[in-house]
Design a binder for this molecule. Sequence first.
Ligand code: COI
Length: 360
Amino acid sequence: MEYTFPVTRTTHPKPRPQDETKLGFAKYFTDHMFVMDYDEGQGWHDGRVVPHEPFLIEPACAVLHYSQCMFEGMKAYRNPQGGVQLFRPDMNIARMKRTNERMCIPELPGDIFLAAVKAVIQEDIDWVPSAPGTALYIRPFIFGDEVSFSVLPAKHYKFMIILSPTGSYYAANDGGLSTTRIYVQDEYIRAARGGTGFAKCGGNYGGGMRASLDAMKYNCKDVLWLDAAENKYVEEIGTSNAFFRIDDEVITAPLDSGTILPGITRNSVIQLLKRWGIKVSERKLSIDEIVEASKNGKLQEVFASGTAAVISPIGWLCVKGEDVPVGDTKVGPVAQKLYDNLYGMQTGTVEDYMGWIYKL
Ligand code: COI
């Protein structure tokens, strides 16, 4: 089914950031946003593109108290021909469905989701940046906006999409790879079996902020979580999934515990490594094994993967306050090759040999 949505254009277009090499992450927002309502009995209705501006919310709105909400993260890229393209939007739709199911948010049909993404990007297409390392970050989100203090799913929801021209999440400058330091968190936990770890819901991130702040005290950019049951096995990083290259095997945490976010970049990394004949395993990996590998010179690379993080190499893990160096602490060859191929396909400078690109 084809969907078209009415557009109300802003009367006050904003100046676009001039220097695309200093966009940072989600510091600027475009002129328009998408909004759609859900009412019990009526379903999703009244999708529309409107000016991006603050909106009123009732203080008793349930989401402000109980966090019944979800979000997705995706990007639109400028290709060398000047066109704009998405990366694996079907994966965002599939993950949204799983998150909604877990959070008791009504199902939003995938074709409405994609039509809405396309409609709002179309309005702000000139905002898609083209400088190396940049993209238009797309943030779809849904929240229960019923006025209610019952700890029960809302009967009204809003689905919105906002857009932000964006550079690198972690690196000091957009456009190139550099290594960061990550703090291994052994006090707080992110997710336990049966919880919401696999879902992209706000609470997972709000609950992690204490640990991220603590990490910054150690000059670390973010936190690497350990499992809740034994505080022993690596899970994921605050914003992204984590990969470890030890003795030529690339290892990432398995999804079966339900505590790991099934990242679209994570899935793409696994597929690329398999295609290139690099050994890749989804298995439990203890922090002790990693520290030992660093001591023995076998810890070759660690990197984060995510839509915002893309591929972010890690040069040091901070374990109980001590630095554990990764390889020579510089950007490793596997991380660099992954970045070049993924970002190259996303921006159309590398052939889409995996069939992952969706042209707008
Ligand atoms: C993304 O990578 O799109 C995310 O949603 C991570 C975010 C917490 C920065």
